[in-house]
Design a protein around this ligand. Structure first.
Ligand code: C2E
Ligand code: MG
Ligand code: MG
Length: 463
């Protein structure tokens, strides 16, 4: 500034404090690459570092290790203690693992309870074993959450560059596959992808690719298991159960291939196939004069959720000329409780077609009684787990009795699954259960053998 005589007298300086802006810019930048909850690198940054590590290892002829870390049963903790306790636990777990890892390694959080440790410049797979053990040891001591000691374990899946894959994506997928093996072998342990591939995934991959052929190539079989009336012992219904006649492995039961069908998105195709076969077979038996009341078919969650289940049922009934009242669809308790309002409507539409609905494996899930009351179901099937120890196990006896009472007061019919002895049958009947299914009466059998049983029954009742 100049004074009256034009001489320079002052200077004016204008300034603004932009540290706030800088800070928020830094924060935005930080959040793009880090997880806000644990402040660990996120998937994006992990990918960048992994790509770099791979490039470096390529040049220097070294290896890179990737350890997929998953907290065991975290969901249960989160559900029971609440999300804020869950968050505390994730933060505490992240801190412990970070404290025990080397500075050059990257511990990242992918989301949920999934973490990854990127282990740089190692010479062999063996070098990862102590790293994995250190990670497991992070969970030896309980966590202090809401002033409560909380024990937690982790499972680890390990993959290695270049042995198990050449890029970040393959390494991550393979570490994840190895993780499945670690979980399957009882959790709180680690597994290498190479092991997983030989032991587990190889079978799975092979089965998955041949499952596609199985469906189109007529390798699926439908077996039937009788359902009897407890009073008379007469066969009054049948449950259709799928089998896979594998060209090399022989006859496979559903536990071997249904889990694969679910992940491969093939469940709907299987259910539709079984439904059609079962309707056709039922109509044949009715035409032959056998006095059967129902054919039960299992309905998977995916069929109900994503499939055209209502249309499929309509078509299957029409195509085979089967009256809707002979068909019953079974939905497991877990699926029955899980589904949204639109699925409830779909169940209503199924009922309106005139078919019956049953809740399968009742007692193994978590039922909301409110929901159970609103479900348009006709039948509860008491899970085998409560039947097998009858009458010796007092708790199981009490539970079976309670389920029967519950079903009766909701006006539902009851079927006991897995009845293997006369003692069980007598007790269940005494408790008010009307129907039963189990090896005592028959194992699931091909249609021709069921037909023999039905014939014998006709002979013995007419005699
Ligand atoms: P589920 O619907 O509860 O079927 C009853 C299972 O218990 C059958 O096993 C049957 O063989 C077995 N079982 C019956 N009585 C006894 C007994 O007295 N003792 C013992 N130990 N077991 C008995 P399976 O055929 O292996 O089927 C297993 C599960 O696979 C079924 O359980 C059902 O949830 C599912 N499943 C089978 N076929 C289909 C299908 O076509 N579609 C769908 N979505 N699921 C199916
Ligand atoms: Mg069933
Ligand atoms: Mg069942």
């Amino acid at each position: 500034m100049h004074d009256a005589e034009g001489k320079l007298s002052h200077y004016v300086a204008v300034f603004a404090d932009i540290s706030k802006i800088k800070r928020s810019e830094q924060e935005i930048d930080f959040l793009a690459h880090n997880d806000p909850l644990t402040r660990l690198p996120n998937r994006l940054l992990l990918n960048e570092r992994l790509e770099n590590a791979i490039q470096r290892a390529k040049r220097q002829d070294e290896k890179v290790g990737l350890i997929f870390i998953d907290l065991d049963r975290f969901k249960a903790v989160n559900d029971s203690l609440g999300h804020s306790a869950g968050d505390d636990l994730l933060r505490a777990a992240a801190q412990r693992m970070l404290a025990r890892s080397r500075e050059q390694d990257t511990l990242a959080r992918l989301g949920g309870d999934e973490f990854v440790l990127l282990v740089d410049d190692i010479q062999s797979a063996d070098a990862l074993i102590p790293v994995a053990k250190r990670l497991l040891a992070c969970f030896d001591k309980p966590f202090d959450i809401d002033q409560q000691p909380l024990h937690l374990t982790v499972s680890l899946g390990i993959s290695l560059y270049p042995d198990d894959g050449n890029d970040a994506r393959a390494l991550l997928t393979h570490a994840d596959t190895a993780l499945t093996l670690a979980k399957d072998s009882g959790r709180n342990t680690y597994a290498f992808y190479t092991q997983a591939l030989t032991l587990h995934a190889r079978e799975r991959i092979a089965l998955e690719s041949s499952l596609h052929q199985a469906i189109s190539g007529r390798q699926l079989r439908v077996y039937y298991q009788p359902q009897v009336e407890l009073g008379s012992g007469n066969i009054i219904g049948l449950e259709a159960l799928v089998r896979w006649q594998h060209p090399e492995l022989g006859l496979l039961t559903p536990d071997r291939f249904l889990p694969i069908a679910v992940t491969a998105g093939l469940m709907i195709n299987i259910d539709e196939y079984v439904l059609n076969q079962a309707c056709q077979q039922m109509q044949r038996w009715l035409d032959a004069g056998f006095e059967l009341q129902r054919m039960a078919v299992n309905m998977s969650g995916s069929w109900l959720e994503r499939g055209q289940v209502v249309d499929n049922v309509k078509q299957a009934l029409a195509r085979n000329g089967l009256n809707a009242r002979f068909l019953e669809l079974e939905l497991t308790e877990t699926e029955a409780m899980r589904h949204s309002e639109s699925n409830l409507q779909r169940l209503d539409s199924l009922r309106q077609l005139g078919i019956a609905l049953a809740v399968d494996d009742f007692g193994t899930g978590y039922s909301s009684l409110m929901r159970l009351k609103r479900l348009p179901v006709n039948r509860l099937k008491i899970d085998r787990g409560f039947v097998s120890e009858l009458p010796h196990d007092q708790n199981d006896t009490a539970i079976a009795r309670a389920i029967i009472a519950l079903g009766q007061s909701l006006n539902m019919e009851l079927t006991a699954e897995g009845v293997e002895t006369h003692e069980q049958a007598a007790l269940l009947m005494d408790m008010g259960c009307s129907n039963a299914q189990g090896y005592l009466y028959s194992r699931p059998l091909p249609a021709a053998e069921i037909e023999q049983l039905l014939r014998q029954q006709v002979c013995s009742t007419s005699r």
